[in-house]
Ligand binder design. Structure first.
Ligand SMILES: Cc1cc2nc3c(=O)[nH]c(=O)nc-3n(C[C@H](O)[C@H](O)[C@H](O)COP(=O)(O)OP(=O)(O)OC[C@H]3O[C@@H](n4cnc5c(N)ncnc54)[C@H](O)[C@@H]3O)c2cc1C
Ligand code: FES
Ligand code: FES
Length: 479
């Protein structure tokens, strides 16, 4: 049974199917309707709630999530905070009061979600400047108020130095969380099952026994099959709590990223070694999405517009796969076969991803181009990796998302660059060669012509960013 803390007390869920989402449970079973449903696909933020769970140092960590795409079973052992929990003793929470003071709400439909994002922001303990505020709100849409009053409310919250009533309850909540028994699995009346694994061998055995089962990590992709495709799975296996799969760290020669590590968990480590990935990683979905979405899920999903596959292709990563007791390691370039088809065999899953450290002071540049700056899927994403050796290009890997049916490297482009002189003429020839590599399609995100031009321009931009000063670059790009 799924047990979590709600309204300060232990709550055990009833009426749960494997595909029950947190939002469905709140609204349909508990008739707790403060949390709104807008898009049911993680895009609008109306359903934002906050999860609190234990972290190092006897502390609680608060994370905003989209209730509409979070499976109820995955919140077992956590505290669920909804808009109904914020006011205390007849007083509004600072995040609610600030929205009133700054006139941050009109129709009010988006407001509970926005307040919960502001609440998660106020509890993050990180940088509380304007940029952090913009990031915290990037997964919430408002269609009538306009964002200025909402940002003003956020600034008021940033200036508030006192704590709130949640601070004084932390130790009590931690005690209650620790008392929750581990969850193994739950079945509905038809025998359909949701299983949480904590051990990797358990995942391997369960998948080998039932290869038709669906593995879920953050469920940010899979839940759309439920909310939009009305999927009714027989067996879901959740891997978010498998230690071997959710830890990240440096190993000999590179980084090992557990397949079930979330974007927000893996990002600090990735940026420590490849700071130029910042724009791409921080523009992946929204805070709510990055708190749930995993790198393993992004790779396994094999979307042609996924953002981490081009990074992994350009960095020469490999994936560790497991089936039963057998493991194998595959270069990531051999993982993607055709549209949404991968090298994964039936019953096989991704354990981790290995990214080798760069040699020869390689340059890495990453660009993501979208219609909307925040929380949008790439029209084209490019990650370029090269070194400059004796004034020539070396170790060249140029990877793209959005240019083909799978995330791919531009082989013809790379062979023009590799070993050639390190100048703009070579880049121009390589940009022309991209037309041998890719025949992109027209779709709602971009036309094929635009994609082709974008790919060439991003390659030039990567080179110019390295060779020109900022002011020269501005003249070259816009002059
Ligand atoms: C609003 C929104 C915004 C988004 N923005 C972006 C974006 O900017 N960039 C981007 O690239 N993507 C984006 N996505 C897509 C999605 O968030 C990512 O693909 C994410 O990384 C998926 O990870 P997950 O853990 O949620 O996967 P899940 O939904 O749990 O799983 C996805 C698929 O992978 C399989 N799977 C998961 N883990 C494993 C494993 N270890 N081994 C084998 N199979 C596995 C599952 O069975 C499922 O088929 C967005 C999604 C939403 C809803
Ligand atoms: S309802 Fe829109 S993000 Fe959940
Ligand atoms: S107040 Fe109406 S959508 Fe935000």
């Amino acid at each position: 049974m799924t047990t979590f803390i709600l309204d300060g007390a232990l709550h055990t869920a009833s009426d749960q199917c494997p595909e029950t989402t947190v939002l469905e449970y709140l609204r349909e079973t508990l008739h707790r309707t403060g949390t709104k449903e807008g898009c049911a696909s993680g895009d609008c933020g109306a359903c934002t709630v906050v999860l609190a769970e234990e972290t190092e140092g006897n502390k609680l960590r608060y994370r905003s999530i989209n209730a509409c795409i979070t499976l109820l079973g995955t919140i077992h052992g956590k505290q669920l905070l909804t808009i109904e929990n914020l006011a205390c003793g007849g007083n509004l929470h600072i995040c609610q009061q600030a929205m009133i003071d700054e006139h941050g709400s009109q129709c009010g439909f988006c407001t509970p979600g926005i307040v919960m994002s502001l609440f998660a922001h106020s509890k993050s303990g990180a940088d509380q400047g304007r940029n952090a505020l913009l990031h915290s709100l990037s997964g919430n849409l408002c269609r009538c108020t306009g964002y200025k009053p909402i940002l003003s409310a956020g600034s008021l919250i940033n200036m508030h130095s006192g704590g709130d009533h949640f601070d004084s309850l932390e130790l009590e909540v931690l005690k209650e969380l620790r008392a929750i028994q581990p969850f193994d699995s739950t079945e509905d009346a038809d025998g359909r099952e949701f299983k949480i694994c904590t051990d990797i061998a358990e995942v391997a055995t369960a998948l080998e026994r039932s290869p038709q089962a669906r593995l879920v990590a953050g469920s940010t992709d899979y839940s759309l099959e439920i909310t939009q495709g009305l999927a009714e799975p027989e067996l879901l296996i959740s891997v978010g709590r498998v230690k071997e799969m959710n830890t990240c760290g440096a190993v000999s020669g590179g980084l090992r990223i557990g397949a079930a590590a979330t974007l927000n968990e893996a990002t600090p480590l990735l940026l420590q070694h490849w700071p130029s990935l910042e724009e791409l990683l921080l523009r992946f979905g929204s805070p709510q999405i990055r708190n749930q979405a995993t790198i393993g899920g992004n790779v396994a999903n094999a979307s042609p517009v996924g953002d981490t596959p081009p990074v992994l292709l350009a960095l020469g990563a490999s994936v560790e796969l497991r089936k039963g007791v057998a493991t194998r390691t595959l270069p990531i370039r051999e993982f993607f076969h055709s549209y949404k088809k991968t090298a994964l065999e039936s019953g096989e899953f991704i354990v981790s991803i290995f990214i080798p450290f760069n040699h020869n002071d390689a340059t890495v540049r990453a660009y993501k181009v979208t219609k909307r700056f925040e929380d949008d899927i790439s029209a084209v994403c490019m990650v370029a990796h090269w070194s400059k050796v004796n004034n020539r290009f070396a170790d060249v890997r140029i990877a793209f998302g959005g240019m083909a049916e799978i995330p791919s490297r531009g082989k013809a482009c790379e062979s023009v660059l590799e070993g050639s002189s390190f100048d703009l003429q070579t880049i121009d020839k390589a940009a022309l060669a991209l037309s041998e590599d890719f025949s992109p399609i027209d779709d709602l995100r971009a036309s094929a012509t635009y994609r082709k031009r974008l790919a060439s321009n991003l390659l030039r931009r990567a080179f110019l960013a390295e060779t020109c000063s900022d002011s020269e670059l501005r003249v070259t790009e816009y002059g």
